[in-house]
Write a protein that binds this ligand. Sequence first.
Ligand code: FAD
Length: 507
Amino acid sequence: MNSRSDSSSSKVMCQMVPGLDTNEKEYILDQTFERYTSKMVKRNGKGTAIVWFRNDLRVLDNEVLFKAWVDSESVLPVYCVDPRVFQASTRYFGFPKTGGLRGQFIIECLVDLKKNLMKRGLNLLIRHGKPEEIIPTLAKDFASHAVYAQKETCSEEVNVEKLMTSHSPPTAYLMCTLSFVSLLKQNVPSEAALKFQCPSGQLPCIEDWGCVPSIEQLGLQPQEVSKGLRFLGGETAALSRVYEYFWKKDFLKIYKETRNGMLGPDYSTKFSPWLASGSLSPRFIYEEVKRYEKERLANDSTYWVLFELIWRDYFRFISVKYGNSIFHLGGPRNVERRWNQDQRLFDSWRNGCTGYPLIDANMKELSATGFMSNRGRQIVCSFLVRDMGIDWRMGAEWFETFLLDYDPCSNYGNWTYGAGVGNDPREDRYFSIPKQAQTYDPEGEYVAYWLPQLQKLPREKRNFPGKLYMEQIVPLKFGNPNGDRASAARKNSYGGRGRKTTKGYMS
Ligand SMILES: Cc1cc2nc3c(=O)[nH]c(=O)nc-3n(C[C@H](O)[C@H](O)[C@H](O)COP(=O)(O)OP(=O)(O)OC[C@H]3O[C@@H](n4cnc5c(N)ncnc54)[C@H](O)[C@@H]3O)c2cc1C
């Protein structure tokens, strides 16, 4: 545990971005736009271009918006509230596809996008329904010569693109590629794509632009965050967080030492929810890291933030290369292994009642805030698949519902990786809970924060409370913190006790 997290453990709830008020955030937004705006870019198109916003809910460094603006006289930005995103269930196990916390985060992204577009003489048209029905109709009504959108890589999103682009000319469908940090070294970002000048053209004449939906209109349960981190959606908050983490608090220079923490706002960047919704561009982060290296210092930590972003790219490339296999039980390598779907074990995992404080605290954090540290995610994934032997897709779908930063490539990529079915030569990545607890939560601060009943225990006991906490649902595959020798004997079997209660194995 890093020392920076100490102060946060006493706080009940921490708003991301904590140290900045609304005026400061607006100021940072304006300053950032100023820095990255080029007055040199010429607008030379004709007619109306439609911008179909997807997971790119931002104005700055939005290639889609930029190209549409350059190639037209007027731009019509549109967002479709797609029932398949908000009201559907996950693929195999029927959890809500979008949980209330992510729904709220997206609402905030839309409110902010609309505000930032309006500041630049644009607006955001919001329509409820399927994009492949709404967008072509709008294109016809406004005689648009082109629809611009960001190209996605996973099948559900790609299918929508296919349905959309099957509509015939005169409208052209121009899909812009995602921005990849890993390609920037060879391919230095073009001026045009990074810098965006305020549009000056006319707005299409529309009477009803539609309101940003409420959480109830999305068909989702409202949920308050009363403890842990509260992320505010939108580009304004995202740019403020970059400013705060890199420049104001100067934490970028120690990121490599702190990134494995679990408690508090500043052990890692916390950029992921904004990256997933597209309210933050990875290329912008790259540019800011390079600016920091020039103006302050370059070290292992500055390098490491970009290195982590390359993981994000990597899982996107994996999704292109391996297609739908990232969602299948055997993963990209089609690994055959026996898994169980024991509901009792799974419920104990998802509800944070396994009897292992480190697992329970992480799972409680996820359902209370929509966030979990990278360290936590690896530990709970390992516990589910290795110690419980549960079908990894159940865990992945649970994450899909709850994570604010959910994106199919990173989520399923990491789960297949953790389950040993991904494109990873090491099949058996096991995270030992006692070792992880000793290394990353030696004082038991993290577990005591999420499990207040442990606060009264001596610090060294909080992660190893024995009978003072609830009974452990399964023994560990390799060793038990409370000295259960039987678990060592079972170390070569998946799931331990879970196997006896299994309803059915899958292969
Ligand atoms: C089982 C599992 C599921 C995950 N699901 C998701 C998901 O749905 N969406 C998601 O964005 N990340 C996912 N991750 C990756 C990682 O846990 C989060 O990106 C990270 O915890 C976000 O916190 P941060 O922004 O403070 O990260 P930092 O440590 O500050 O890293 C900076 C950025 O690098 C990227 N990054 C870092 N590690 C990874 C990684 N392993 N894979 C992909 N990108 C990474 C993220 O964009 C992150 O915002 C998952 C990891 C695991 C083990």
